[in-house]
Design a protein around this ligand. Structure first.
Ligand SMILES: [Ca+2]
Ligand SMILES: [Ca+2]
Ligand SMILES: [Ca+2]
Ligand SMILES: [Ca+2]
Length: 474
């Protein structure tokens, strides 16, 4: 581990912006931070980065406050007398007092609130989604192999301004033995009238390159080759590669798993994933989390292990990726049986970090050390006419002829929610020529030119840039 990867006790809550130049590493390392320190409190001094306590404003604060809330609630049982569980439902722990809203209505106790408005209406059948049936083994779940779930992505793959749906699917023993049709993924095209049509087979993202159904786990969406069309990365079960589907811009995708270079790994059960420009060079890279479902597999000569390292594929900018996992530091090379992974710049220092959940283990907070040696810009959008979090808003960031594009997505990876702010690496550029925001609902476009790099911008629909935060770190 390089010198820059070390955390001193004093720097715990400070942004790394104040670090001297020489403290930065010459390459990017992702450093695992054990969250166990949260329970021990700030008084316990860390010895190394890997075991350091790095309180942060975002993810960690949320975890901490949730823990403190729980602790405080436990100290005042007289104010919230615990209720006997109802006959229906299955408890996975001791009963807790109901959490009530401002009108003292229970919002977590289950059941309906009298007189509350109907916020969500289930329109699955009317929308045409009843054709998709997620399957993973048998309903009885006699073995662990049958329990993995599958991811989902919302993306506007055909640039018509309407969000489409990509649903992954699992597999069954019957399908593996050829006794029944295998489930497959579906790409549901938005028909603009509240209905969707499955176009996955025609579009070329239903199967592997050689035409096989696959047991999908996680999914990530980005325009990795900066051609203005969203591409798809999908993680799958072991003895299979993950998929990289390149969007051809005509309603179809090409499976470029092998030609892009990500087909070299097929030994892992792969889960959480994301297109993360970890080195801020303006080309989205890929992070992939792995872990088998059977702890017992360790004792058998299968060539597979329960705990696996993570994978990082660097985008070479020419359509190809290089497996650089061995150069990424202990946060990537150490072995866990990982599942979900959320991505975001939790320390606001200009590079994207990762939070990974590991089976029967502590979570891993992977701090990106060195990604901010190149320039970046981060954009928080606030909708006023569209939804407030601006889900579906699309942003283009243009420098010269290099045009990056991203969209505010709700959920990705495996059962994870990443930072809703959009982050763009800018390489050596100090200024962005053009930032373009296309808001959903109205489809109106707002443009901003000659924007200084290394800022966190807040853009409110109709009001322009309403706040900026400088957080440079070199
Ligand atoms: Ca669309
Ligand atoms: Ca693309
Ligand atoms: Ca990159
Ligand atoms: Ca960061």
């Amino acid at each position: 581990m390089g010198k820059s990867a070390m955390l001193s006790p004093e720097e715990g809550g400070k942004p790394r912006a104040s670090e001297p130049q020489e403290a930065q590493n010459s390459h990017v390392e992702l450093v695992g931070i054990q969250l166990k320190a949260l329970r021990l409190g700030a008084s316990r001094k860390p010895r190394t980065a890997r075991w350091g306590f790095a309180p942060a404003a975002g993810l960690v604060a949320a975890l901490l406050s949730a823990w403190l809330w729980k602790d405080a609630a436990a100290q005042k049982p007289e104010e919230h007398p615990q209720q006997k569980p109802e006959a229906m439902g299955v408890a996975t722990g001791a009963p807790h007092a109901a959490v009530k809203d401002a009108l003292s209505r229970p919002i977590t106790a289950g059941g309906f609130v009298d007189g509350a408005p109907m916020v969500f209406v289930d329109i699955t059948k009317q929308a045409g989604l009843e054709k998709f049936h997620h399957r993973s083994g048998t309903p009885e779940k006699a073995t662990i192999l049958e329990t993995p779930g599958s991811g989902v992505a919302l993306l506007d793959y055909d640039n018509d301004g309407w969000l489409d749906i990509y649903l992954l699917n699992g597999s069954t023993f019957g399908a593996l033995k050829g006794k029944e049709p295998a489930p497959r993924a579906m790409l549901l095209h938005n028909n603009h009238d509240g209905t969707f049509t499955d176009v996955a087979v025609i579009a070329g993202c239903a199967y592997s390159e050689n035409g096989h159904e696959q047991a999908g786990m996680g999914v990530a969406v980005a325009d990795y080759d900066c051609d203005g069309w969203f591409d798809i990365f999908k993680t799958n079960f072991a003895d299979d590669t993950c998929n990289l589907y390149h969007n051809n811009g005509d309603g179809t995708f090409s499976d470029v798993t092998f030609s892009s270079g990500i087909g070299i790994n097929n030994q892992y059960v792969a889960w959480g994933c994301g297109f993360i420009d970890f080195d801020n060079d303006g080309w989205p890279d890929i992070l992939q989390m792995n872990g088998h479902v059977y702890p017992e597999i360790e004792g058998h000569d299968t060539g597979q292990a329960y705990k696996n390292p993570r994978l990082v594929y660097k985008n070479l900018g020419d359509g190809r990726f290089k497996d650089v996992s061995s150069e990424m530091g202990p946060g990537i090379s150490e072995r866990f049986s990982s599942r979900g992974a959320a991505f975001g710049d939790y320390d606001n220092d200009g590079d994207i970090d990762a939070l990974v959940l590991n089976m029967n283990d502590l979570p891993s907070l992977l701090r990106n050390d060195g990604g901010n040696q190149q320039n970046w810009i981060k954009i928080k959008l606030i909708g006023t006419k569209c939804n407030r979090t601006a889900i579906g808003a699309r942003v283009r960031v243009v420098i010269g002829k290099h045009a990056q594009m991203d969209e505010v997505h709700s959920g990705s990876s495996v059962m994870s929610q990443s930072d809703l702010r959009l982050h763009f690496g800018l390489g050596k550029s100090q200024v962005v020529d053009l930032i373009e925001v296309k808001w959903p609902t109205t489809q109106k476009v707002e443009r901003f030119t000659q924007v200084k790099a290394n800022q966190i911008l807040t853009i409110r629909e109709g009001s322009g840039i309403v706040a900026t935060v400088n957080a440079k770190t070199k």
